[in-house]
Every structure is written in C-alpha cells, then in structure tokens.
Design a binder for this molecule. Structure first.
Ligand code: ADP
Ligand code: MG
Length: 689
C-alpha cells in the first residue's frame, strides 16, 4: 500500500462509504490523509466527575456497569442508561438518547476512557451521551485533542478517525517540498510529522506548529507561482526591441489636474505616481488598481491613457460589458473636452468605441482606423483583444473589472506588442489577500474617498417590516427617485425558497402599479440588457428588478434606493458592491437588506453592513467569517481552496514572498528544487483550469 492506493482497496468498508468519499473528492490514500480536521475537541482534561462544573465537558477514567434500555413516556425516544464508576470509587449515571445498539456494543466492567458533558440535576451528576473508548496505546476518540472533520451525513468524524489513524504510517511517504533552508529558517516540522500531528495532535503546541508548517507550504507555493508569473511577464518583452519607456513629466500631470473640476485626492495622486513610475520602465507594467466604488478610478486611468498618448502610443480601455464600455466613453469624452479646450496635447485626441454589437461596416471602419494609427484612445469590450483587431502601436491597455485575466489572455496581449497593463477593480480585496490571489501584479490602492459624499443609510428589514419600507419608497419614487431591487436567483425551480426575479418583478409590478417596473437578468440578450439599462438611465423605469448582473460599475445618479432580497445569501463584499450602485448623486441614499433568516451569523454579517461603509473593512470581515473564497473577486482569481494558510497575517505573507523571491533568484527555473518545481507546476495547472 502507498499514497496512491485507491481508498476502496485501502479501507475495508461498505460501498456506500466509498461513494461518499468520492463525492467529497477523496479517491486515494493521499487524499484522505490530506483531508484535515476543521477543529478539535479538547478532551485532554482528565477530571473526576465530582470536580466538574455543571455543563463542563470532561474526560475521565473508570468503568461502566449495568447498561440497559429504559422505557420512556415518549415512545419514540429510546433512553440507554448505565452506571459509571471512576477509579476513586464515586459513581454517577451515564445516559444516551436513541442509541439502543450501545447495549450490545459497549463493554461493561472494563476500564475505559470516557468523555462527555457533565450535568448536575436533582442533586446527582449525569454524564450526557459520553464517548467511550477502551484503553489502548493510542486514544483517538477521547483523552486528547480529538479531531473534528467537516460535517458530512455519511462520513462522520468518528468514522474518519478510525479510518485515518491506521493509515498514518503512510505519512512517511510525504516528502518535504519546501527547500531545506526555509524549513530551518522558519522552524517548520517535517511534512510527514505535520500531517500526523494535524490529525492526532500530541499537544496544542505541536498542533500549532503542524498547522503553521502546512499553512506555510500553501502560502509559499502561491507566492512562488506569483513570483514566477511576474518574471515571465517581465521576460515576455525582449529588452532589445523598441522600448515602451515613457518618462514621467510632472508638468504634464499638473496640466491634466488643472483641467479637472475638482482637486484629486491624496490617494489618487499616489496611485497616479505609482502607475507613471511603472510606465517609465523598459518592461511592461502589470498593476492592479483597487478602489472602492466612487473612489475615482477613472481619473487615474485617464492620466495613464494620456501618458501613453503623449508618447505617441495608442491606449485602450477594456470593460466587461457594452453598457460599461459606453459609460467609459461618456466619462472619458468629458475629460477629453476639457483637455482639448486647454490644449494640453499638440495633436487632437481621437476616441473610438469598439464593441461586438456595432454593425459590420462600422466595426471595419474602426478597426481600419486603429490599424493605421488614426485613433489614439480605444474603448471597448473583449472584442478589443478577441477579434482580429490589429493595433498600430498599443502602449497601454487598461482592463476594468476583469478579475480573471489568465496567462492565456496575457499571451494575446504580448502579441499586441506587450503594452503596459493596468487592471482596475472596485472590489476592495484586503491587501494580504490580494497579495496571494493577485500576487503576480503590483498593487495600488485608492484608500480614500473624495470629500463631501453623503454616506448611504443601511437598514436590515425583517419580513414584518416589508410593507412599511414599500410605503416609504413610494414617496421617494413620487419625488422622482429610482430604485433597484436585487434578487439572488433567476428561476423558481431552485430548491432554496428564494424569490425568483421573474416572480418578484410580477409581484412588484402589481404592488406598484402606478410605476414602471423593469426586469434585468443574465439570461437576457446583451442588446435587451443594454436597452433596459438605457431606459433606467433615462428614468423611464422607476424600479429595476435584477439579479446580480447589475453589480459591476453601472452609474445611474438618480437611483437612490437599493433593496436586496435574501441578503443573507450574498457575501459582504458583494452586498457592498450592490450598495455602491446608489449614493452616486447628492441626495441621501438608502440600502435595505431583506432577510427571513434570524440566525446569529446572518445578523452578525448584515450588521457589519449597517456599521461599515468601508469596503476593505467589509471584505476583511468576510474573510474572517467565511473564508477567502467568499470575498468577491477572489474566486475568479483561480485561488485554490486553502486549508491552513493564514491570510490575515500580513507580516508572514511578506516573509513568504521574500523567501519565494530568494528561491527564484537562486534557481530561476527551479531545477535545484525538483520536488518544489513539480508541486508548483501542479498548482499552476490547477489555477489555469
Ligand atoms: P469609480 O472609482 O467608481 O470608477 P469614478 O471614477 O466613476 O469612480 O468617480 C466617481 C465620481 O466621482 C465621478 O463623478 C468623478 O468625476 C468624481 N470624482 C473623482 N475624483 C474626485 C475627486 N477627487 N473629488 C471630487 N469628485 C471626484
Ligand atoms: Mg468606474
């Protein structure tokens, strides 16, 4: 037997269990050994029963005697009782509910380790449903830190402990993929030991070290991947070809600022500086600009576009939808008008829109103008890089809200002459997480909002207050304001009882018959979506019912109310994105979070929305409460599920990053570290899928 032995041959168990394991993605011995507990129950505290406080969980030694099923008044419940005697001679009762089989299976009158909750009732101590384990060389269910695995109907923690424990000897086959020098420097455990300790910890200290060891390896591989991707990006441009160096000119920047109707925030200035510094270099920029909704990313992008144009290059900006591309055209045209008025550039700017829905004739004309260099600012959708577009000399590509921009798409960009690339996102991903999920890019963060914005008022609405909110918004709509209603799903067929948009649209149209209620969802054709958005922008639609398709960047300043149905079903950072659709004008805006759930976790999360307007803070809370996969924009990054990596420890992350850089410096193609190399390649393939 080895790590690659299929579980059906390694375990003697029923087919049903093997099937369940497969469903959980566990096929081989390796997989089950790498299936880690989600937590531990501390059953290490040996105590006499009479020493326990009421309700305390204890572990004790002693024997059971006289087990029997006791009839109850309620016929459906079966009570099993036995007496327990500990080695000091004191006695108490042990009870179990609905487990009559224990009468056959539990050994009586033999010394055992017993763990369970002690309850004090009617002057007596009672052990509630204790776990009982015969005394062996290794205790796996009691007497120490007992592993609790993720909850599963068929595969219980008890079952897993019994199956994993005998396989532990195979952990010897796990080799350390981390370089020896790092293991030493960081004081990590050998991987084989760490895996054993994580399942069956010897003590809390060793458990911590084991978790740190395995978490470090996860982070290291991700950071190594990021460092490698960054190197590849640098190498993608041969240094002897024409350079894309665009030296920064402070006067030019000042001139641009003077065309603006406002003073840029400090954060806008800093990020502009970071970007222009990158554009001075001879290898292409790859930078991510993060800034909350409304933080003013467009100005920053505009400065970068101008910088490229100033040096005679073309500059393009790519948006995920046609609505957003059109919106960019409008806002960039406004900037350009002022720039032309103040004669900032020697020659006039020529802007063109390139989107899939243009007529073939128009499209060809635009493409022709791009190819022979008549156009210097191109705004478009994916059509920009997917179709047969040839640029004359592309110097900068700004990519808006495209979280997942894989290595393959980068190849396309390299073919276009490998311009500088600036990604933009309104998703505030905590810096530590961004370093892991987007670690191949440099990071600029706009962490400051323009002054004078009215904060949006957020309220949680339980079902009984639905109608009063409807009355409230009627007044607002009468006063000319507009409303978004977000629903989590498209179709009634979903098992979860969430209102479908279509049904919601119908009922709202009935409820608000005096208004025009529009409907938007992902299954509509892109022209239909566009047309509905245009109607909403014009004010022809008063209430827009939508699925989450609305979330990216749409700008309708007159919309002041955001209603979110089934709010508990969205991540905080996604809720924050929705909320960012309102509060764009100078009227007080509101966000109403509807929920039928009354669970503590729901309220804890939704209250965070009420308490915080800072998207970074909310994303951090999501990261803490629900894990990295729940932070909006991270799943799209291809980040694999992390088991033990600590993504909140910025100091550790920096250290890991430096260590990864050092290794790549020493051995660029990792030939000196063959095990590390194959682990990294496996990770990279997984992330590109
Ligand atoms: P986002 O980051 O969401 O793309 P925008 O670039 O669309 O934000 O900016 C939102 C609004 O704020 C725009 O109307 C823009 O003109 C305005 N704005 C941007 N920067 C500033 C600033 N420093 N002071 C005042 N208003 C600003
Ligand atoms: Mg924007």
């Amino acid at each position: 037997m080895d790590l690659n032995t299929p579980l059906e041959s390694a375990l003697s168990t029923k087919k049903e269990y093997i099937l369940a394991l497969k469903e959980m993605g566990l096929y081989k011995v390796r997989d089950i050994l790498l299936y880690f507990p989600r937590g531990y129950e501390d059953l290490s505290q040996f105590k006499k029963v009479w020493e326990a406080k009421d309700g305390e969980i204890i572990t004790t030694k002693g024997f059971l005697h006289g087990i029997k099923v006791v009839p109850t008044k309620n016929r459906r419940m079966k009570l099993v009782k036995a007496m327990f005697y500990d080695d000091s001679g004191s006695e108490c009762e042990a009870v179990w509910f609905n487990q009559p089989h224990l009468v056959r299976t539990l050994e009586m009158d033999k010394e055992m380790i017993v763990s369970g909750k002690v309850q004090f009732s009617y002057g007596k101590y009672v052990l509630q449903s204790p776990t009982v384990e015969t005394i062996k060389e290794v205790q796996i269910h009691a007497g120490g830190l007992v592993p609790i695995y993720p909850q599963h109907e068929v595969i219980t923690s008890k079952w897993l402990r019994e199956k994993i424990n005998p396989l532990l000897y195979l952990t010897k086959e796990f080799e350390d993929i981390l370089p020896e020098e790092i293991i030493k420097e960081e004081g990590l455990m050998p991987k084989k030991e760490a895996i054993r300790e994580v399942h069956f910890p010897s003590n809390p200290k060793k458990l911590k070290k084991a978790q740190d060891t395995l978490g470090y390896e996860e982070l290291f591989l991700l950071q190594l991947n990021a460092v490698k991707a960054k190197e590849e990006w640098k190498d993608s441009r041969p240094t002897d070809s024409s350079s894309i160096k665009m030296p920064m000119d402070p006067e030019f920047v000042t001139a641009f600022f003077s065309t603006l109707p406002f003073t840029p925030t400090g954060a806008q200035k800093v990020t502009i500086y970071e970007i222009l510094k990158d554009m001075e270099r001879s290898f292409p920029m790859l930078r991510l600009l993060e800034g909350d909704v409304g933080s003013g990313k467009t100005v920053v992008a505009m400065m970068a576009l101008l910088q490229a144009v100033k040096y005679g290059y073309q500059a393009a900006i790519m948006a995920p939808t046609e609505v957003l591309a059109r919106q960019h055209l409008v806002s960039i045209s406004k900037f350009v008008e002022e720039i032309e008025k103040k004669k900032m550039l020697d020659s006039p700017l020529n802007i063109q829109l390139l989107i899939g829905s243009l007529k073939a004739k128009e499209k060809n004309a635009v493409k022709g103008a791009i190819k022979d260099g008549q156009v210097n600012i191109i705004i478009g959708t994916h059509a920009l890089i997917q179709e047969d577009v040839e640029f004359d000399n592309l110097g900068l590509l700004v990519i808006d809200e495209q979280h997942r921009f894989g290595v393959k798409q980068r190849e396309v960009i390299v073919k276009q002459g490998s311009p500088h690339v600036l990604h933009m996102t309104a998703t505030p991903i905590p810096r530590t997480l961004a370093l892991v999920a987007y670690g191949d890019q440099d990071l600029s963060v706009i962490n400051e909002m323009p002054k004078g914005r009215l904060p949006i008022t957020t309220k949680i609405v339980p079902p009984e207050h639905r109608e009063s909110v409807y009355k409230y918004i009627t007044g607002k709509i009468d006063a000319g304001q507009q409303v978004y209603v977000i629903c989590p799903l498209i179709d009634e067929s979903d098992v979860l009882e969430v209102k479908s948009v279509t049904a919601e649209h119908k009922s709202l149209q009935e409820r608000f018959s005096q208004f025009n209620v529009g409907l938007l969802h992902g299954k509509l054709k892109s022209e239909e979506k566009d047309s509905i958005m245009q109607q909403f922008k014009r004010g022809d639609i008063n209430i827009l019912v939508s699925t989450s398709v609305i979330e990216v960047g749409v700008d309708v300043p007159n919309a002041t109310i955001m209603l979110i149905e089934g709010a508990e079903r969205f991540g905080l950072s996604q809720l924050h994105q929705f909320r960012g659709r309102v509060g764009r004008g100078n009227v007080q805006s509101y966000c109403f979070l509807y929920t039928n759930s009354s669970s503590d976790l729901t309220y804890q999360r939704l209250n965070a929305m009420v308490d915080h307007t800072d998207g970074f803070k909310l994303a951090e809370i999501d990261l803490q409460l629900r894990g990295p996969g729940e932070v909006y924009g991270v799943r799209q990054s291809g980040l694999p599920d992390l088991k033990l990596a600590n993504l909140l420890d910025g100091i550790l992350l920096d250290r890991v990053r430096k260590a990864a850089e050092k290794i790549v410096e020493k051995s660029k193609d990792l030939t000196d570290y063959p095990l590390l190399k194959s682990a990294w390649l496996a990770l990279r393939n997984g992330m590109e899928e």
